[in-house]
Ligand binder design. Structure first.
Ligand code: GLP
Length: 227
């Protein structure tokens, strides 16, 4: 895993976009894996600017990592709404080509995994939770896990309460998430981690990537912002 350490959020976003741009320029019909959270928002702004500068996303496909269970797609707190507001509405991607998992059952998980098995993600963007969660895979989730329903930990719900009026009781208790096994099928993985409080999590992923790279591709680049 190549770790690119940056001084500030803007530099982190620009570096992450360099990785993304290389793919976008090489493959007009690339398949992107996308993530929510505050860390990739600057990358998405760069992607929007690239569209304003003339790039067309009309043949690009996207697949998101995760979604809360029990929240309507149109709810302001849904990850679908997050993606729409922070990226999709400002680029010319065909909304039929965007995919965000949805549902609460085994069949919903299988349907998402089946859809993913028909494509090959060229670049998966990841954020990381302070405790090291990837998507909604908590540390210790077996690496072979595919899309599944997760019971969110207290720690993750507390961390995400900032998006729910700082009220942990409003944070859903479950999510549907790609598993690490799903993510590891991607051709490349770009981890975007913002803030000093993510340093330990990034270091742990670096160790894991080194260990796993002998047989699998895991995280290819981590763009980490110190502040
Ligand atoms: C949520 C998402 C994760 C994301 C994490 C960190 O829990 N499910 O995919 O990585 O938040 O978000 P942030 O970048 O805002 O710290």
């Amino acid at each position: 895993m190549k770790v690119i350490v940056c001084e500030n959020y803007d530099e982190m976003s620009a570096k992450a976009f360099e990785v993304m741009k290389e793919l976008l320029d090489a493959k007009k019909d690339a398949v992107l894996g996308l993530a929510t959270g505050s860390s990739p928002v600057g990358l998405y702004k760069e992607m929007i600017q690239y569209h304003k500068d003339g790039y067309s996303y009309k043949d690009i496909k996207s697949y998101n990592l995760d979604e809360y269970v029990g929240i309507d797609r149109k709810d302001p707190q849904s990850y679908y709404t997050f993606m729409y507001e922070n990226l999709f509405k400002d680029i010319d991607i065909d909304l039929n080509n965007t995919h965000v998992p949805y549902g609460s059952t085994e069949a919903d998980c299988k349907a998402y995994e089946d859809a993913l098995s028909e494509v090959s993600i060229d670049l998966q963007v990841l954020g990381i939770g302070q405790n090291g969660h990837i998507g909604f895979n908590e540390p210790g989730t077996p690496f072979e896990t595919l899309t599944h329903i997760v019971d969110l930990t207290e720690n993750t719900r507390e961390a995400n309460a900032r998006f729910f009026d700082n009220d942990i009781n409003k944070v859903p208790t479950q999510a549907i998430s790609m598993g690490i096994g799903t993510i590891m099928k991607s051709k490349k993985v770009l981890l975007v981690a913002n803030g000093e409080n993510k340093a330990d999590a990034v270091k742990a992923e670096d160790r894991k990537s080194t260990r796993l790279n002998s047989s699998h591709l895991y995280i290819s680049y981590a763009v980490f912002c110190l502040k």
